[in-house]
Design a binder for this molecule. Structure first.
Ligand SMILES: Nc1ncnc2c1ncn2[C@@H]1O[C@H](COP(=O)(O)OP(=O)(O)OP(=O)(O)O)[C@@H](O)[C@H]1O
Ligand SMILES: [Mg+2]
Length: 504
């Protein structure tokens, strides 16, 4: 890092086209950005936001068209080239080396040397500095594999800071952050703008876009469809521009509260050392149970414990039978499936085909005795339709789907074995507003069909919109169970932060 202030970059896209094989995903995009402003880049899942930014960031070449930086045409052959110009991209799907330390990741490809040797001490010190800036209080020597998702996101941001960006691109940076981490990030963005840095901010959270950006630019189906100063446009107008039509009510009518029946899943005094202590809950067939809490409250870890992904202890009963699971696979065999919040790490096999991903948890159905490719193909066709997955061709690998479409595939995958209980961990993360609505309606439909649904979410409004009942966890403990008229944002925040009974 050097502290000499450099002005931000001006960028011009001129008729940028991108083809993947025979599929055109960017159809001649043209718009220009001025230095020192914060731009919101909006568009539905698959609109081409990440693709355009990966081209600007040197991660992939355009098929045709020109990008000019400060008036000069550029052709980056790698992200290092782009970074040398001051263009830094923070990926939607993290781009960290899990087996290296935080510090090694921050300086990967930009190692500091003293003579011929690596200057580990200097890199460690610099890392500590940028980590403090983003508010991550961990030792830079910690291996990335030991971090939780939100911490990885903060490392990504720290890494970008250390690279002295003059144009910083953030692709869905706050998806995993707590409100206070988000606020800190926004202060950093303000500082960068004040320093003249150009910022491109991609997010489906329109309230954030409204708060932090000067101007929004909207893509639809690989085309530029418009731009507007943020202050002149409402969130509803943004959504309409993205989707190209009026957006209807986000939430379905609430599924009727199911009759008092035996629980589909009952968990009693379940503990996951270091993460969750003696948590008990139950969910009935037809019921939607929400799990609220701040990031790090232990919700994901609790369910990872239940599924045998972490060491845990306690009683688990499925339809009245006591069970233990050694793996999510085993749980799926018993009728309990889990959508991981970490879709790249644990949710999907990004290098596998779409069909293989879909059928992985219900393989028996397709193996008789050999895998039946036509049955798999038919299942995939049906799923693509049912879940509205946008893909150029069915023969794609999962890695070729846009972030939001990967999420839809992950959802299709956990519902494919037709479970009795499904646990959805942050099911709408990175998903556009139209697809979000589809997912809420899907959840409600699943419940009406008698499935017990657990939704873990950091978006309180989404839990209030869909859940019958919400369990709030705080710092690994049960904090409250909330339903009916108490299901309000204030009430949930109070329990999540531990301020519920302060003035009682
Ligand atoms: N490597 C690839 N091979 C084939 N198709 C791809 C590849 N990468 C992206 N695509 C396709 O390009 C289109 C645009 O994807 P992109 O990731 O840019 O969308 P996005 O606007 O970032 O969406 P999201 O909001 O879901 O992140 C999608 O249809 C996607 O399937
Ligand atoms: Mg994207």
């Amino acid at each position: 890092m050097n502290d000499a202030a450099k002005p931000g970059l001006a960028v011009e896209f001129d008729d940028v086209v991108k083809d993947f094989g025979t599929v055109r995903v960017l159809h001649g995009i043209g718009f220009a950005l001025e230095p020192g402003r914060v731009y919101g880049l909006l568009g539905e899942n698959g609109a081409g936001k990440s693709t355009l930014m990966k081209i600007l960031g040197g991660y992939q070449p355009q098929t045709s068209g020109t990008i000019r930086v400060n008036g000069r045409p550029v052709a980056f052959s790698s992200s290092r080239d782009a970074e040398a110009e001051g263009i830094v991209l923070i990926h939607q799907e993290f781009n960290l080396a899990d087996d290296l330390s935080i510090s090694d990741n921050i300086f990967l490809g930009h190692e500091k040397k003293r003579g011929l040797l690596l200057d580990n001490r200097a890199m460690h010190a610099e890392s500590a500095k940028v980590l403090a800036k983003v508010g991550l209080a961990v030792d830079p020597a910690t291996k990335v594999s030991r971090l939780i998702v939100a911490e990885k996101q903060l490392v990504e941001i720290a890494k970008a800071l250390a690279r002295n960006a003059r144009l910083l691109i953030m692709d869905e940076p706050t998806a995993t952050l707590t409100p206070s981490e988000t606020n800190r990030l926004f202060r950093l963005i303000e500082e960068m703008r004040a320093d003249g840095v150009t910022v491109i901010y991609i997010s489906h959270k329109l309230d954030e876009v409204e708060r932090i950006t000067d101007e929004v630019i909207v893509l639809r189906d690989g085309r530029f469809v418009g731009r507007s100063p943020t202050k002149d446009i409402s969130r509803r107008q943004m959504a309409n521009m993205m989707i190209g039509r009026e957006v209807n009510d986000l939430f379905p009518p609430r599924a009727p509260v199911p009759r008092e029946t035996a629980p589909a899943l009952r968990v009693t005094d379940f503990s996951v050392p270091g993460w969750a202590e003696k948590i008990s809950f139950e969910v009935r067939p037809g019921e939607i149970l929400g799990f609220a809490g701040l990031v790090g409250a232990g919700r994901t870890e609790l369910f990872e414990g239940i599924l045998g992904l972490r060491k845990g202890s306690g009683r688990i009963e499925l339809s009245g039978r006591t069970v233990t699971f050694r793996s999510p696979r085993e749980a799926a065999d018993h009728g309990l499936t889990y959508l991981s919040e970490d879709r790249k790490g644990k949710g999907l096999h990004v290098n596998f085909g779409l069909g293989e991903n879909l059928t992985l948890m219900a393989l028996e159905r397709y193996v008789k005795p050999l895998l039946d490719p036509s049955a798999e193909h038919a299942a995939l066709e049906a799923a693509v339709k049912e879940y509205g997955i946008r893909t150029g061709t069915l023969r794609n690998k999962a890695s070729a789907l846009s972030g939001g479409n990967q999420q839809k595939l992950a959802l299709a995958k956990v519902l494919h074995p037709e479970p009795k209980v499904v646990v959805l961990d942050e099911p709408t993360r990175g998903v556009d507003i139209g697809a979000k609505r589809d997912i809420y309606f899907l959840i409600s439909r699943l419940a009406s069909q008698g499935l017990a649904v657990i939704v873990i979410s950091s978006e309180l409004l989404e839990l209030i919109g869909v859940a019958h009942r919400v369990v709030v966890m705080r710092a690994g403990r049960f904090s409250a169970e909330v339903d009916g008229a108490h299901l309000t944002e204030q009430e949930l925040i109070a329990h999540a932060t531990g301020t519920a009974n302060v003035d009682a």
